[in-house]
Write a protein that binds this ligand. Structure first.
Ligand code: NDP
Length: 332
């Protein structure tokens, strides 16, 4: 028997946003399993993070086939947590996974083929011990696969009942538009885009994704909203031993801190003048925008999840604040 009983006040403070023009709502803050849920991480910390998130209204947990390391281990660990504690709450949870990056050897474990997507989702469901996921994403554009094949695979997956909704991740505006045309014709419930978006990375403002998604009435969930920790107080003075850079620097490196520190310190001053931490301001900056459904944060400990939810307390910015942030961070 699980020791976990969800907090009965869990829905009181969280805000829930409609995903585009669909009937689904997601919490304004969602939790991702890319880091800190692999084989090298402590199981009890993973459990505590899931409890803290769910107890505070974070109903959405985001995974992918390859999260780890090793690939698959985040889904396996989540599956154990789910089986031990969350089974009674399945209908209150939105669980997503993805396929698109390299997962297994040979020609069928990478990309966008119908073979890969179908086989990968079957593996993910088995690792997580689920009958279905709520959202299944194609993880990246794969120009070598006909778009129609990938979209028909997503359609079939949803219609088979193994996923309730389809999503696209890391697509750009023009490809999103073509994909949506196919999915609309098939009447596939494609509802959401997952892309990187934060104060330091404006790619979706420039590649058409943000405007096209809004035009097509799709949702956007933003990954790495804290730029993997850069947009927090973590690296303002030094590089702590227990930080992502020191523990698992595959994607975030010391040079990213060095290159950005001056800007981060100035952003921190703007946040302080708003009575926010840098992390709170970074999340609030994304959530001020009605095009955005949710910020998809990562965390290495429960206290970070609580700190991030505080961002919801003030998501309003003055023009002067926005201009000051843009002046520091928009290039060209
Ligand atoms: P973030 O930008 O939120 O970075 C998370 C990291 O920031 C944490 O691990 C922690 O670092 C630090 N942090 C978080 N909150 C705080 C706080 N309040 N104060 C201080 N430090 C804090 O997101 P991620 O890069 O982790 O990405 C989030 C999720 O997005 C992933 O788990 C995944 O689900 C999804 N994603 C999707 C991708 C895609 O291609 N679709 C690609 C990448 C991510 P530390 O460990 O140093 O404590």
């Amino acid at each position: 028997m699980s020791k976990y009983i969800a907090n009965e006040n869990r829905y009181e403070k969280m805000k829930y946003n409609k995903v585009g023009n669909s009937g689904l709502k997601l919490p304004a803050v969602s939790l991702g399993f890319w880091h800190n849920f692999g084989d090298n991480d402590k199981y009890s910390t993973m459990e505590e993070m899931c409890f803290t998130a769910f107890d505070n209204g974070i109903t959405h947990f985001d995974l992918a086939n390859n999260y780890g390391p090793a690939g698959g281990s985040a889904e396996k660990n989540f599956g154990r947590i789910f089986k031990e504690h969350f089974k009674p709450y399945r209908d209150e949870m939105i669980i997503s996974t993805k396929a698109g990056y390299l997962m297994w050897a040979g020609p069928y474990g990478d990309g966008g083929s119908r073979k890969y997507l179908t086989a990968s989702l079957n593996q993910s469901l088995e690792r997580m011990g689920l009958d279905y996921v709520d959202i299944f994403y194609h993880h990246r554009m794969t120009p070598e696969t006909p778009l129609e094949e990938t979209m028909c695979a997503l359609d079939q997956i949803v219609k088979s009942g193994k996923a309730l909704y389809a999503g696209l991740s890391n697509y750009d505006g023009p490809t999103l538009e073509k994909a949506t045309a196919i999915l609309s014709e098939l009447k596939t419930p494609f509802i959401i885009n997952q892309n990187r978006y934060n104060i330091l990375d404006r790619t979706i403002e420039n590649n058409g994704l943000k405007a096209t998604s809004t035009k097509l009435e799709k949702g956007i969930i933003c990954f790495s909203p804290l730029a993997q920790g850069l947009l927090t107080d973590r690296y303002l003075n030094n590089i702590p031993e227990d930080s992502r850079i020191k523990k698992d620097g595959r994607f975030l490196k010391e040079k990213n801190v060095t290159e950005n520190r001056e800007v981060l310190l100035k952003l921190n001053d703007i946040a302080a003048a708003r009575n926010q931490t840098l992390a709170e301001m970074a999340l609030a900056w994304i959530l001020k925008d009605s095009d955005i459904t949710s910020v998809l944060v990562g965390a290495s400990r429960p206290s970070q999840i609580l700190a991030n939810i505080k961002a919801l307390e003030n998501t309003t910015f003055t023009k002067a604040e926005l201009d000051a942030i843009d002046k520091l961070t928009v290039r060209g």
